[in-house]
Design a protein around this ligand. Structure first.
Ligand SMILES: Cc1ncc(COP(=O)(O)O)c(C=O)c1O
Length: 218
């Protein structure tokens, strides 16, 4: 999940499907990180558990390159057709160049090796980030993701993200504002740490700067 970096358990997925069956609602499954799993074992998709009531969405921007800005939906034919009509009436047409690049990429068999390559690249970055957090910030609470791009971190008691962000910026560490993930309030001690774009050495340096920023924010 984004931003939690958590994976929904199989039991919870089945409960969601039960509720949808009982109350007759549709499920929208937004799963662009699903294929980037580095450890643990795969859970079934909601689409597999409830094919008649799920629309499953994903994105090639996480698997090929951000610039392709191409995604896809899988679901019941009539519903997808209706959604395609809304899309057409909203933005006329998708970007055909990006779609063509994506199609050709898949047709030439590049996609599966690319996913394997990304998993090999990102898995040690996740491990490095967790190891540095454990070493430099033992009283903060990170999630321990099994895949995806993000770790979410709960800062120690009494330490506010807004203050840490200001401290970090003076150490040339740019932390994103995560308050937008809490539309009903909360999140005062929340930080989302993306770990994929940096090498393990850079991550270690960044987490050291983060730990110093937290120290000064206490
Ligand atoms: C959960 C989730 N869904 C959808 C998207 C959007 O993907 P795209 O890059 O194709 O716009 C993101 C991107 O960050 C995401 O985290």
């Amino acid at each position: 999940q984004n931003p939690a970096g958590a994976t929904c358990s199989g039991a919870k997925r089945r409960q969601i499907v039960d509720l949808a069956n009982r109350h007759g609602f549709l499920l929208v499954e937004d799963a662009p990180y699903r294929l980037l799993r580095y450890r643990g074992s795969e859970e079934p998709t909601l689409l597999e558990l409830a094919p008649d009531r799920t629309v499953h969405m994903s994105s090639f921007t996480k698997l090929i390159a951000p610039g392709v800005r191409t995604g896809f939906m899988i679901g019941e034919k009539a519903l997808i057709k209706a959604l395609a009509k809304v899309a057409e009436e909203t933005y006329i047409s998708p970007g055909y160049v990006a779609q063509g690049i994506t199609l050709e990429w898949c047709r030439r068999g590049f996609l599966l090796p690319q996913i394997e390559r990304l998993k090999k690249l990102y898995a040690p970055r996740l491990e490095a980030c967790l190891a540095s957090l454990d070493a430099y910030m033992p009283d903060a609470l990170p999630t321990r993701p099994e895949g995806g791009f993000f770790i979410s971190l709960t800062l120690p008691n009494g330490v506010l993200t807004t203050v840490v962000r200001a401290q970090a910026s003076s150490r040339h560490l740019n932390l994103a504002d995560g308050l937008g993930f809490f539309p009903e309030g909360g999140g005062e001690r929340f930080l989302r740490l993306p770990f994929c774009a940096l090498s393990p050495t850079e991550i270690d340096d960044g987490v050291q700067r983060l730990a110093e920023s937290v120290q000064s924010a206490r």
